[in-house]
Design a protein around this ligand. Structure first.
Ligand code: C5P
Length: 291
């Protein structure tokens, strides 16, 4: 049995370059793993099947069946293992704190943690390329989650180049609004592929940040714009949309007192009316780790 942490993926900047023939979109994104929110996984070999048990504050909209990305990750990894080493079953328990449909890659982070954990537990010694290949078969964001840290994501997201980012802190605010990623990409197509002109000045060294999916996400879920505006007014700073949303993030210099901004959000009406999700000051984290 082993315990693992799966960190949320925060997209700091996202340019959508166009729609591909396979329906996916070519992107160029700067992404980091953040310490909060994170899920906690316990993985145990044994039993006669692959089972998943969910607990925690963020289980809404998540099912524990065969279509759960963590379960699919177990099957994908076991398919590469020879009979002698393949366990009779795997029990996965996830304490979910990363909200679903918030653009924070929670399902992808869980799947990545399963791959890394089983590789470790079964002593498979998979190379980074082998893990990345299995990860890419599960979803566009899983390869990044396997690597963690900070990275440029290209292609449909599966082409990862390590990036260097300065230390910074970020406040992640999650409204109770679920936004489905495919709907946002579809809206981006319908809107003629908009390039977002709203640019957010980030802490020094990060450059100016923009998210081309923001206009599309705000069209799919019109309450999102009101949430972001309210959040920005509360903390007196601009917010970026996390991926396809609905989470929003405010970036601070690493030595800034982001906790005060957190407290202000929690204290403000925004917390009781629309922001009841995860709000934390946090830092950049490496790949899924054993705590
Ligand atoms: O790869 P994944 O299964 O996570 O993608 C979910 C959906 O998001 C895709 O089916 C597609 O509609 C959309 N998507 C996209 N372009 C990307 C990534 C995701 O259109 N680069």
């Amino acid at each position: 049995m082993s315990d693992w942490r799966a960190f949320a993926k925060l997209t700091l900047s996202l340019r959508v370059l166009g729609r591909r023939a396979d329906g996916y979109h070519e992107i160029d994104a700067l992404t980091v793993s953040v310490s909060e929110p994170h899920d906690e996984l316990t993985i145990e070999l044994g039993g006669s099947d692959v089972t998943l048990e969910l607990s925690g504050r963020a289980t809404t909209g998540v099912t524990a069946g065969r279509d759960n990305l963590a379960v699919r990750a177990v099957h994908a990894l076991l398919a590469t293992v020879d009979d002698a080493r393949r366990p009779s079953g795997v029990r996965v328990a996830i304490r979910k704190e990363i909200p679903a449909s918030a653009g924070l890659g929670g399902g992808s982070a869980d799947a990545a943690a399963v791959l890394v954990a089983l590789d470790h537990q079964l002593d498979l010694g998979l190379t980074a390329d082998e893990l990345a290949l299995i990860a890419a078969g599960l979803g566009s964001d899983v390869p990044f989650c396997v690597r963690g840290g900070a990275a440029r994501m290209r292609g449909r997201g599966e082409r990862i180049d390590r990036a260097t980012v300065p230390r910074f802190r970020v406040l992640v605010a999650v409204p109770p609004l679920s936004i489905a990623t495919p709907a946002v990409y579809r809206a981006w197509d319908e809107m003629g592929g908009p390039v977002s002109t709203r640019v957010v000045r980030a802490p020094s060294g990060l450059g100016d940040l923009a998210n081309d999916l923001e206009p599309a996400a705000e069209r799919v879920e019109p309450r999102l714009a009101a949430f972001r505006t309210q959040l920005e007014a509360t903390v007196s700073a601009p917010a970026i949309l996390a991926g396809s949303g609905s989470a929003c993030a405010v970036l601070y210099e690493h030595d800034a007192d982001a906790t005060t901004a957190c407290d202000r959000v929690v204290a403000a009406a925004i917390a009781s009316t629309c922001c009841v999700g995860v709000i934390r000051a946090t830092g950049v984290e490496p790949v899924a780790v054993e705590p």
